[in-house]
Design a protein around this ligand. Structure first.
Ligand code: PMP
Length: 442
């Protein structure tokens, strides 16, 4: 192994060094942008000194108010006023800022219990457990559910938190082509045959996927996958980070969207970071699953529990979504998000830019392909007061850089029209209108 002058093995390998130094440095002003406001329909960005191709982050001391097309505030619950904010402030007055302990120790409060009961009721399943962080919900629970000798059949576009959890578990991971049910079945059939040939049948088979895929905007083909699970005696782990609240006519995610019985999904996982405007994650399912996790999950036993105001924000927004506040507000927001999504996607298609994903997915990736264009588009949009997120390798294939728009029920038609007119204009200048339309691989 190569050593540097002082005899140390370098911390980063050469490829990472090359990539980080020569590529990311040039676009560093497009990521890590501090915001100075609530991530609502608009947000305030801290202005940075134009990139100097170094690593330092220097600020001008001024800020810019932007239309926010980058935060996952699908139902518009991230706001500084209204019932969620009022209830959360009251919860701080009663419980303080933090729990200062793990759930199993003195870190469980009445809000956690109420939220777990409500989450189980929301899905119509027996029980639920909540965690302080969505990422850790995957990364730290999958190792409790799986071990060497288990087979995991995983969608190639699954989130980093899933991949990390699967690797930590020591299970055998087989990846299938994104949202390709035929390929998934082939992987299962081949793997079962391999296990039998070696005289070591798999302890269990778990199919793992997302409801709405975060980088693609595609929606999982759930009904066919439930059939496959039943055919091969497998289990399903469904990550609904981007679909819970945002998909289905009652906001109950992809089971609601397709009319699939939630009890057919063995492990319903999701995060509260998006549609609930809060933080944290949940797992919902049978009583035996949840009791097992209460005893075995590292995220439950050894990590600090969900903060009181965060828990209260979820409770209040979930009650609104479920109509338990006695109003029609939740349903109105779900329908508004669906209208905004379809309108924005339809207009983008008319403009002639290329997007991926399902027409009902509020995650809208717009392809810019070249890595160098990500920075150009993010910067240009920011100067026109529109905040977006750019995504490139390794989160996407190297030649499929994209801008990811996230729609919200909080966006007005005027706001969307403004964004669309700017995209139309910069689409000409930056060459984003591709005459030969590639097929959406998803
Ligand atoms: N799962 C998926 C599919 C995600 O997209 C994300 C993050 N966006 C997570 C899990 C992690 O959730 P959190 O951001 O709430 O930690």
């Amino acid at each position: 192994t190569e050593k540097n002058r002082d005899g140390y093995v370098p911390l980063f390998d050469s490829f990472e060094r090359f990539y980080l130094r020569y590529v990311y440095r040039r676009v560093k002003d497009c990521w890590n942008r501090p915001i100075c406001s609530c991530p609502a329909d608009t947000l305030v960005l801290k202005d940075r000194i134009t990139p100097d191709f170094g690593w330092s982050f220097e600020f001008t001391g001024t800020t810019t108010k932007c239309l926010n097309l980058g935060s996952y505030n699908y139902l518009g619950f991230a706001q500084t006023s209204g019932p969620c904010a009022e209830d959360s402030i009251k919860s701080i007055e009663k419980y303080g800022i933090a729990t200062c302990n793990a759930r199993r120790e003195l870190g469980t409060n009445a809000l956690h219990i109420e939220l777990e009961e409500l989450t189980a009721k929301f899905f119509g399943v027996e029980d639920a457990i909540v965690f302080g962080m969505g990422f850790a919900t995957n990364a730290l629970n999958l190792p409790s559910l799986l071990s060497p000798g288990c087979l995991v059949v995983s969608d190639e576009k699954n989130h980093a938190s899933i991949i990390l959890g699967l690797r930590l578990s020591g299970a055998t991971i087989k990846v299938y082509k994104h949202n390709n049910v035929k390929h998934m079945e082939k992987v299962i059939v081949d793997s079962i045959a391999y296990g039998q040939k070696n005289g070591k049948p798999w302890k269990k088979i778990l199919i793992i996927l997302e409801g709405v895929f975060s980088m693609e905007g595609s929606i999982v083909k759930l009904p066919q996958i439930v059939e496959i699970k039943k055919k091969y005696g497998a289990y399903i782990y469904l990550d609904e980070a981007h679909s819970i609240g945002a998909t289905g006519s009652h906001g109950r995610g992809v089971t609601d969207f397709y009319g699939v019985d939630p009890k057919d999904i063995d492990i319903l996982m999701g995060t509260f970071t998006k549609s609930f405007g809060s933080a944290g994650g949940y797992i919902a399912g049978s009583k035996s699953l949840i009791n097992f996790l209460r005893a075995n999950s590292h995220a439950h036993c050894y990590a600090s529990s969900m903060a009181p105001a965060v828990t209260q924000q979820i409770l209040t927004s979930m009650k609104i979504i479920m109509g338990l506040d006695g109003t029609n507000e939740g349903k109105k927001r779900i329908d508004q998000l669906a209208r905004n999504t379809r309108y924005f996607r339809k207009r983008l298609a008319q403009i002639g830019v290329i997007t991926y994903g399902h027409e009902d997915s509020p995650v809208v990736p717009m392809l810019v392909y070249l890595f160098s264009k990500i920075g150009a588009v993010v910067r240009t949009l920011t100067t026109r007061n529109i905040a977006v997120v750019g995504a490139g390798f390794p989160a996407t294939p190297i030649m499929e850089g994209r801008i990811r728009f996230c729609l919200s029920a909080a966006h007005s038609k005027d706001q969307l029209d403004y964004a669309l007119s700017v995209i139309d204009e910069i689409g000409d200048k930056l060459g984003l209108k591709y005459s030969r339309k590639p097929k959406d691989p998803n």
